[in-house]
Structure formats: C-alpha cells, structure tokens
Design a protein around this ligand. Sequence first.
Ligand SMILES: Nc1ncnc2c1ncn2[C@@H]1O[C@H](COP(=O)(O)OP(=O)(O)O)[C@@H](O)[C@H]1O
Ligand SMILES: O=C(O)[C@@H](CO)OP(=O)(O)O
Length: 371
Amino acid sequence: MTRVVIAPDSFKGTITAADAAESIARGWRSVDPATEIVLRPMADGGEGTVSAFAAAVAGSERMPLTVDGPAGARVETDWLLLPASEDAPRGTAVIDLASTSGIELLDELRPFDAHSGGFGQAIAAALDHGVSRLVLGIGSSASTDGGLGMLAALGARFIDAEGLDVEPGARGLLRVAAVDLSGLRAAPEVLVLSDVTNPLTGARGAAHVFGPQKGLVDTADRNSVDAALAHLADLLGLDESTSGAGAAGGVGGALVVWGARLVPGAGEVARLISLASEVHAADAVITGEGSYDGQSGDGKVPSFVAALAADAGVPALIIAGRITVDADRGLFAASASLTDLAGSADAALAEPAHWLTAAGAVLAESVFRTD
Ligand SMILES: Nc1ncnc2c1ncn2[C@@H]1O[C@H](COP(=O)(O)OP(=O)(O)O)[C@@H](O)[C@H]1O
Ligand SMILES: O=C(O)[C@@H](CO)OP(=O)(O)O
C-alpha cells in the first residue's frame, strides 16, 4: 500500500470532514508511516459544502449576514463569494442551507415550526449583491416545509382558505390553499447541489424518509405532511417524482420551481477537488460519514466515493460512526464502526477524533494483513 486517499463527509454533530480526514490519517500512519496519504475532505450539499468551496477556490470571500434561523432566533452566518469569471462576470455566490436553516442550529427538534426562511434570506442577500450565478447546497435541514419559507423570503405568497398568509413551517404547509408567485424574484443561473436524490413525496419522499430525524415521529403526522407536499406540488406545477425534490424537506422541489438545475452534490464537490484523478492514482480510498445506513445509497458521499473507486479498480474502505444492518457493506472491501470500536454510541460520540484515529489504524492493519 503506497498511496491512500482519505475522502470522508463530515460526521454530523461531532466532527468536520477536514478534521475527520486528519484523524483517520493519524491512525493509518501509526501502522504504516511510509504510506503517502492524500487528504480530500468531501461534502455533498449538506453541512460543510461552503467550507469545501472556501478551501478549494483561491480568492473566495466570506460574506457575513444575519438571518432568521430555523426556529426563528437570529443566526449569524455567511455566504461565499467566488471571484468573477468569464461565465459569471459578477461572481458566484455559494450558500448552504445547513448554515442558515440547518438541523444543527436547533436546540430541540421542531417538526411543525422549523422553516427554511433563513436560506431564502441569504439567497436574497446574494441577489442584492448582484452575483451572476448561485450555487446552493441543500441537505441537513431542520424542516419539512416544502421550501415555503425560502420561496416566501424571495417574494412568493402562500395563502390559506381565508386568503391570509400561512404561518411558517410544516404547520403552514398543511394549510396552504393557494399560491401567488407574482412577487417572486427572478432567478439568475442557479445550480443546486443536493445531498440526496429522493422524490418529494411517497415512501421515499421528504416526510417519510427524513421526517423522523426532524421529529415527525408519528406515522399519521408524516402522512399528513406527505399529502400537504403533494398538494403544494400540484399548486406549483411541480413533478413530485423529480430526483432531489425531496432534499431538505422539499426545498429541492421549490428550487426547481424557481428555475434551478439540481445535481447530486457529491459529484460536483468531487469535481471541484479533482477527486477522481486522485482516486485513480491511489492504491485505496477511505471514505466515511456519521451514520452509514439505508439512506446512504441515495447520492451520499460514501456511495459516490465507492463508485469512483470501482471505476478506478481501487478498493474502497469505510469508517462510520455507526453502520446499520440495512447499509450496503458490499460496496466496501473493509469497514470500521466507531460505535463498535468504542463499545457504545455515547463513547464514540464523545471522542470522535480519538476513535477515528483508532479506526484508521484498524483499517490499515486489515489491509496489511491481506497484502
Ligand atoms: N462520532 C460518532 N459516533 C457515533 N455516531 C456518530 C458519530 N458522529 C455522528 N454519528 C451519528 O451519525 C448521525 C449523522 O449522520 P451523518 O451520516 O453524519 O449525516 P447525514 O446522514 O444526515 O448526512 C448522527 O445523528 C449520529 O447518530
Ligand atoms: O435535510 C434533509 O432533509 C436531508 C435530505 O436532504 O438531509 P440529511 O440527510 O443530510 O439530514
């Protein structure tokens, strides 16, 4: 083993992608100091997307602003201004929803009241600045509001049966009777990096798949929100089956209505950091995320990196905070779970860097045992 690429996503709630990659490298080097290690922290549109661009694009500038967070309290955040280029003469704004309306900004889950308004406010700020192009990362959201909050911040109106504006969040979504897009700001060129490819509704849709992690724990509640998303799609003329429309609680679908183009985020970030050529030149690639589970096949970082590795004929290895029984282990030549190594989820969550280093060593040993 002479060259190893380490390309994890962040481990949500515990450690950034960059720190995770360094910790894994430390563990690998403790087994084989001679291996050349290439660090390529990844993101998929969810948290860490702006950071990945900031690290990769020279001359980019953080633009601070304050928005209404997912629970209403003000959040100090920023968007990223990429330098002007031939095809974007007034610059490109990169904004991630995780930094304005993300689940990690909540003190407690608010399945009916959390909303995506702050993301719309940040987009409006970038439009006010006059940028030529928007690159929007979506994922890691706190809400299932169908993108109502975001579109409202951009000038749309969502009206109840009495003709009044509905309240923010899924609570308002459940009562929408009509939409008025006449005041919606015009979209420039908008590229959306989506962390998942799920449709808006149904068994693989926003409410049923990502609702529970946001607090929509009752099946009856998820069914109501799912039906409300379907109604919203009808009103907006959106095809519910659009790939990625179910990302970030339906923000993906709302952005399609605004005229955006949705692409799988992992692929776009990988292109930016030249991951494919690094993987081709490697003897193995290590990826990872907090929870490697049944959702991870839908365009998330580990399955994307595994596909790149398969194309290159290079073995892929995975480290995750936990690996559930429904996860597809078959994509990887070896795996390590921090929860198993630490003996409990609490222990793994308490010291992520320590257990990532241990996992890096375990994977290196497994490779050298079979060499
Ligand atoms: N160090 C860790 N040890 C154990 N589990 C972790 C660790 N870090 C994150 N997790 C688990 O991973 C979950 C987040 O999953 P992750 O894959 O990072 O995000 P997502 O699936 O939303 O992209 C957390 O809720 C937590 O349960
Ligand atoms: O925000 C969400 O609804 C989901 C899917 O986009 O993101 P994550 O799986 O990262 O929590």
